[in-house]
Ligand binder design. Sequence first.
Ligand SMILES: Nc1ncnc2c1ncn2[C@@H]1O[C@H](COP(=O)(O)OP(=O)(O)OP(=O)(O)O)[C@@H](O)[C@H]1O
Ligand SMILES: [Mg+2]
Length: 246
Amino acid sequence: MNKQIISLNKICKRFPLEIGGVQQVLFDVSFDVNVGEFVTIMGPSGSGKSTCMNIIGALDSATSGKYELYGRDITTMTNDELAVVRNEYIGFVFQNFNLLSKRNILDNVMLPLMYRGMPKHDRIRRSREMLNLVGLEKFETYLPTQLSGGMKQRVAIARALSGNPKLILADEPTGALDSTMGNEILRFFKKLNKEMGITIVMITHEFEIAKYTNRIIHIYDGRIVYDGPVPKNENVLLKSEKRHKR
Ligand SMILES: Nc1ncnc2c1ncn2[C@@H]1O[C@H](COP(=O)(O)OP(=O)(O)OP(=O)(O)O)[C@@H](O)[C@H]1O
Ligand SMILES: [Mg+2]
């Protein structure tokens, strides 16, 4: 088995500006993530975290640099190939859950499986298993609007898991939740990571949430200023920003 899931090498990202010119958002971002890691990406608002995550998730491409997912060069793939990679390897979890509001919970969880051409009865069985895993098996006929924020995020996690991904990418999964629900979601992620060996890369603003993970990559102004184990307190990360400012 390939030990490295993600390998970013000197990734740069520039966005064209409407008024002309370009804005560079990522500067030579390089890091690897190995199978089984649980990694947090932190950094101030606008520092480039989501941009980096979108590149990792093959939702956007880098302007320069090399990105390999499972040893396969993502930079040279066509859009169709990228769609297959996303669907087969990656489960996405977003801050605002991204559930289809007019479809019930079971339909929402089944959705990624439809793109795989899985027969309907298998889709239903698999999705029920996943709802069971997140403790929502009694709610399959509910609409997302009838659930709490924490429950909606659990549905989104069940959906992400339904395709049996090796990697979960979560962009501020607790951003819309109170701290009790946020902690509950993180305990669940921890369990998926430990017991099922799923590799997780998560963005958060909250150090308390990052403490559940094994490694922090701190981005500041589009550059990595810290990459290591979760420090005892957040000051270590803030100091790494200051070192960069000098
Ligand atoms: N599609 C785009 N076109 C132009 N600029 C963009 C685009 N996406 C992001 N940016 C710019 O890139 C910078 C970084 O944005 P990004 O969303 O990655 O930040 P972030 O660290 O995720 O912030 P937050 O914590 O607020 O979510 C911002 O200045 C943003 O305006
Ligand atoms: Mg963001």
